[in-house]
Write a protein that binds this ligand. Sequence first.
Ligand code: ZN
Length: 155
Amino acid sequence: MNLRRQQDEEPALDELYRDVIVEHYRTPHHYGALAAPSVRTEGMNPLCGDEVSLDLRFEGERVAESAFTGQGCAISRASASLMADAICDRSVPEVVRLLTAFERMLTEGDEPDPMLGDLEALQGVARFPVRIKCALLPWKVLRDALDEYEDVQGE
Ligand code: ZN
């Protein structure tokens, strides 16, 4: 908890539920499971009851397809949907850069990196400390997926 934040004005909820977030919540992109994923990882955020299961299919060092399922709040779902869009057709190093930029935007208060694109809609979440875990859950599951893929490659 950042105490300085409490002296600020109460952040407005419309800063949290921006149009892009509401749209992705209502109509998530890449929702479902892949027929033949290279890796499948899942995670949950017990504070909010969010669950995410992520399927990735790699072609070499590139994410060829991504899909997710799960249930949870608008923030976790929108974050998963935007993430699934953002990582498609990216190389593993690019996905890692995206992941780092997203985490830094939420936990360090960094200005959004241009590579984040529509993901900058989640910047307002940084002002709602209890919701940061919701937004980061799909990315934590993504990190596990990358680790698992690396292990599979190493075998
Ligand atoms: Zn949540």
